[in-house]
Design a protein around this ligand. Structure first.
Ligand code: SF4
Length: 366
């Protein structure tokens, strides 16, 4: 079984296959092409395997807003930090989030100041902390895209089933297709094609992207994360663009079905409804986030602990917002590699392992 898995993964790392795909891209690609990879996982894979440098000069790659930690607005982070300072509250969060500088401090600094903040690997871990600490209010900071939302929905249903009354979720979830639309509507970046996220698409499927070729004439291919996956995706995007026939294609058949994961979608829709979300560098975008339905409002940290953390102060000199919209690269930030490093991050794009700045820092060759 183990050997089969290794063989399966190796296929997608096969240098010979990669060379053939590159050759195909070089031969077929004639027009100037601008592609955006939406997902931070793709940004890491593209840099790690040096794919940008291998592509012909007419193909330009941009990174998009697909890192959940990075797109969390400072105002929302400040709200979480203010909640952490309330008496009797335990904040639970994914690891990267605690290092992101807020307007005045990070969650990590709040922890050093005495707040009870615990790093968890899943919403189930947060629920276990609630179960073990019935006298405390346990708030889980729910970040992420459609990939994580179903598991967080499941934790809320489980809390209800077990009658756990001290578990709350601060829902900062974001949705991919609406932010893609918002970025395209802003018109700041002119794209010929989009490398659509693999993990998100394993949940939502291919259909939610159909408006992109139909309304904007932009090619879309859903990609996996191995080098051959990404080269195959770029080859298919090139084919669509050169033929002037944009559509949504799946180049990640082993992970994505056109209809997505209907069970996970159902779970998400049971607990959440779409609502406005605040995106770093973009601002509020209608229907681009998930809020708890009224039926589950007793688990909603935002309703249980209404807090105004005061005015937002963005990190001085940080251009994360521009980077998330694809209008700047880390190389255009004067703090990059100087005052801002993974050890001392100024903005979230340097904190998160999937952040564009951290990726340029770790794997950048220019
Ligand atoms: Fe912000 Fe640092 Fe990235 Fe500059 S290098 S945009 S300061 S995170």
């Amino acid at each position: 079984m183990g050997c089969k898995i290794v063989k399966f993964v190796n296929e997608y790392r096969d240098p010979e296959l990669g060379k053939k795909l590159l050759e195909r891209i070089r031969q077929r690609s004639k027009k100037p092409i601008r592609l955006m990879e939406f997902c931070g996982g793709h940004t890491v894979a593209i840099f790690k395997h040096g794919i940008r440098q291998l592509l012909p000069a007419n193909i330009r790659m941009l990174s998009g807003p697909g890192c959940p930690v990075c797109v969390t607005a400072s105002a929302d982070l400040d709200r979480a930090i203010a909640m952490a300072k309330l008496p009797g509250v335990i904040i639970t969060s994914f690891g990267d989030m605690v290092r992101v500088p807020g307007s005045h401090a990070s969650l990590q600094q709040a922890k050093a100041g005495g707040a009870d903040i615990r790093i968890v690997y899943s919403a189930q871990d947060a629920l276990a902390i609630a179960r073990d600490n019935p006298a405390k209010s346990v708030i889980f900071i729910g970040i992420g895209f459609e990939t994580t939302a179903p598991t967080i929905a499941a934790s809320i249903l489980q809390a209800e089933q077990e009658k756990i009354k001290n578990y709350y979720v601060l829902s900062l979830h974001k949705l991919c297709p609406p932010i893609m639309k918002a970025i395209l509507d802003m018109g700041e970046v002119k794209l010929s094609g989009i490398i659509c996220p693999g993990h998100v698409s394993s949940i939502i499927g291919a259909r939610p992207y159909e408006f992109i070729p139909e309304e904007y004439g932009i090619a879309c291919v859903i990609s996996g994360f191995e080098p051959v996956d990404i080269l195959l995706t770029i080859a298919r995007l090139v084919d669509q663009i050169e033929a002037d026939k944009p559509q949504v294609e799946i180049a990640y058949r082993r992970g994505v079905r056109p209809e997505g994961n209907t069970q996970a979608i159902r779970l998400m829709e049971t607990v959440f409804e779409t609502g406005e979300a605040d995106w770093r560098g973009i601002g509020p975008v209608p229907k681009s986030g998930l809020q708890l339905k009224e039926r589950y409002e007793r688990y909603d940290a935002a309703r249980k602990f209404p807090i105004d953390p005061g005015p937002v102060r963005e990190p001085k000199g940080c251009v994360c917002g521009d980077i998330l919209r694809g209008t700047s690269t880390p190389l255009e930030c004067r703090l990059f590699r100087r005052t801002c490093t993974p050890e001392h991050p100024v903005g979230p794009c340097m904190v998160s392992a999937e952040g564009t700045c951290a990726t340029y820092y770790n794997y950048g060759r220019d």
